[in-house]
Write a protein that binds this ligand. Structure first.
Ligand SMILES: [Fe+2]
Ligand SMILES: [Fe+2]
Length: 535
């Protein structure tokens, strides 16, 4: 059945909501996740990747303006510009009937060139490489003469020097034996347990096609840590691991025992053949793999022995760009079961300015937060899940002087759309907003020499909070499972509750959140640079 056309989706509250917003916030996700899952109408629109300069819709080449708009609204939907790197872009959309995937793209509307892909499909993914860095482009999608609106984006700046390495990043494949864990993600939020193997395989295929030099999995390989899931993982990954270095860290699901009857860490060790922490030497870069998972605990924690090891190891890798990967995100508190002792981890990282990025899975969303360490800014990148909308993966192009990170949808847009449609009615748009993130959550250019980050500009809804107060709130909502020493928490944090292409959208979101959150929220323009000096 075809989803409603974009005009209907964008005009009113989602139909069929069976629980109220407040019930959902309290009952299902607790404080932190709740903020991100607020119902919000995303509708079917295109992110303006360059900070709101969406050009007015106008006629495609050779068509009348009004007619074209009518047609586009009814027949093309869920158009999403997910990827905008220094040299690449990718946009996806859906049509009522199978048709051609075509894209008009150029630096000016009158100079757009038409790119076309062969297959006839309802689920379109147009990827273009070879773009000029730091350049504004305009584009519109087309299927069999039906066109989307004219939009624009600006490519990211290319870091200094030559490209040395291309790294593929995947996370949260959640391979499931039988029906899987049957958790909230699976029941309400579109986790495609049955399609997990296909999605993992397609992500790996996509990465190999892009010529990656190594693949790193950020955890939750399996859904329940069942031996069959580990075996399935090994079978799927083996052919790829034979071609490029493959490494993984365990996620909370990979350590399940009592919770699901899984075999926990033993399965991970056997499937991956690794003990953590460890260092992966890729020549031009180092990747440090940390284990943040503990048996039957969904929260993350880095043992002090690992932190001591990390400090020693970083001393040895000084001078070489180093990425750290751990399953649980480790920056800030807008996290759902994140790394609870992230202060201790950051204290170690702050001493080593050659750490250029920290990557995590677990949150099943695109999100990039920046931390100030000394005089520099360090990106903390959350990877999208393969198993759940938007069903994606990450790519890092490492240059002599930095890197570009881009998030991608797996080339199985049919499954991505199935995941979107499987989200509990009334939460679809909210969940899409949470998991897709804003343009600046999906793409980033990092200058390692200057230790500065550039991302697509936009408008962020932010609150500056005292962590002691936040921890008290979390404890009330989540209970004893959450514990962070109050002494560590005595400082201020800037929390981001969403990034938007336009100020108007950000203001709408701010108003919605203000009704349920005990913080004062503000809309801040992000100009695309590093973290602001003052919170
Ligand atoms: Fe996960
Ligand atoms: Fe996880």
């Amino acid at each position: 059945m075809a989803p409603p056309p974009s005009k209907e989706r964008a005009t009113g509250a989602p139909a069929g909501a069976s629980i109220t917003r407040r019930t959902f916030l309290r009952g299902l996700v607790g404080f932190a996740g709740a903020a991100a899952l607020e119902p919000w109408l995303l509708g079917a629109r295109v992110w303006a990747a360059d900070g709101g300069n969406v050009l007015s819709p106008e006629a495609p080449p050779g068509e009348g303006s009004a007619g074209a708009e009518e047609k586009a609204a009814g027949a093309l939907w869920n158009e999403e510009l997910v990827t905008v790197g220094a040299d690449r872009m990718a946009v996806s959309w859906v049509t009522d009937a199978p048709g051609e995937t075509a894209l008009w793209l150029g630096e000016r509307p009158e100079e757009m060139r038409r790119y076309a892909w062969g297959d006839r499909t309802r689920h379109h993914l147009a990827e273009v490489e070879g773009l000029a860095p730091d350049t504004r482009y305009v584009y519109r999608v087309e299927t069999d003469g039906t066109v989307g609106p004219l939009n624009s984006f600006r490519t990211l700046p290319k870091p200094p020097g030559t490209r040395r390495l291309r790294l593929g990043w995947i996370a949260d494949s959640h391979l499931a034996a039988g029906s899987g864990a049957g958790d909230l993600n699976q029941r309400y939020l579109g986790k495609l347990t049955d399609a997990a193997p296909t999605l993992l395989e397609r992500a790996l295929d996509d990465l190999m096609r892009k010529g990656v030099d190594a693949i790193i999995h950020a955890g939750d390989l399996t859904d329940t840590a069942h031996p069959d899931e580990y075996r399935a993982f090994q079978t799927i990954v083996a052919p790829y691991a034979a071609r490029v270095p493959f490494a993984a860290v365990p996620g909370n699901h990979d350590k399940y025992r009592r919770k699901t009857g899984g075999i926990g860490e033993a399965g991970f060790r056997e499937a991956i053949g690794d003990t953590l922490p460890r260092l992966l030497d890729l020549g031009a870069a180092t990747v440090i793999l940390l284990d943040s998972a503990r048996p039957d605990d969904d929260w993350g924690w880095i043992p002090s022995a690992s932190l001591a090891w990390l400090n020693r190891t970083l001393n040895e890798t000084a001078g070489r760009p180093t990425f750290i990967v751990l399953h649980h995100p480790a920056n800030g508190m807008d996290l759902w079961f994140g790394t609870t002792n992230f202060f201790a981890l950051q204290a170690v990282i702050a001493k080593h300015p050659h750490v250029v990025g920290v990557l995590s899975g677990h949150m099943h969303r695109n999100f990039i937060s920046l931390a100030r360490h000394g005089d520099g800014t360090l990106p903390y990148i959350e990877l999208p899940a393969t198993v759940q909308f938007p069903n994606g993966y990450g790519l890092i192009d490492l240059y002599d002087g930095g890197y570009v990170y881009t998030s991608h949808k797996i080339s199985a847009i049919d499954l991505s759309e199935r995941s979107r449609e499987a989200v509990l009615k009334g939460l679809n748009d909210a969940y899409v907003l949470y998991t897709l993130g804003g343009p600046g959550d999906r793409n980033l250019s990092y200058d390692a020499g200057r230790r500065t980050a550039v991302r697509q500009s936009g408008f962020a809804v932010v609150a500056v909070v005292e962590l002691t107060r936040l921890f008290t709130l979390l404890k009330e909502r989540i209970g004893a499972a959450f514990s962070v020493a109050a002494a560590e928490a005595a400082n201020l944090r800037r929390l981001v509750f969403g990034r938007f292409a336009t100020r108007e959208e950000a203001e709408r979101r701010r108003a919605e959140l203000a009704a349920v959150l005990p913080f004062s929220l503000a809309v801040k323009e992000e100009t695309g640079g590093s973290l602001p000096r003052s919170l």
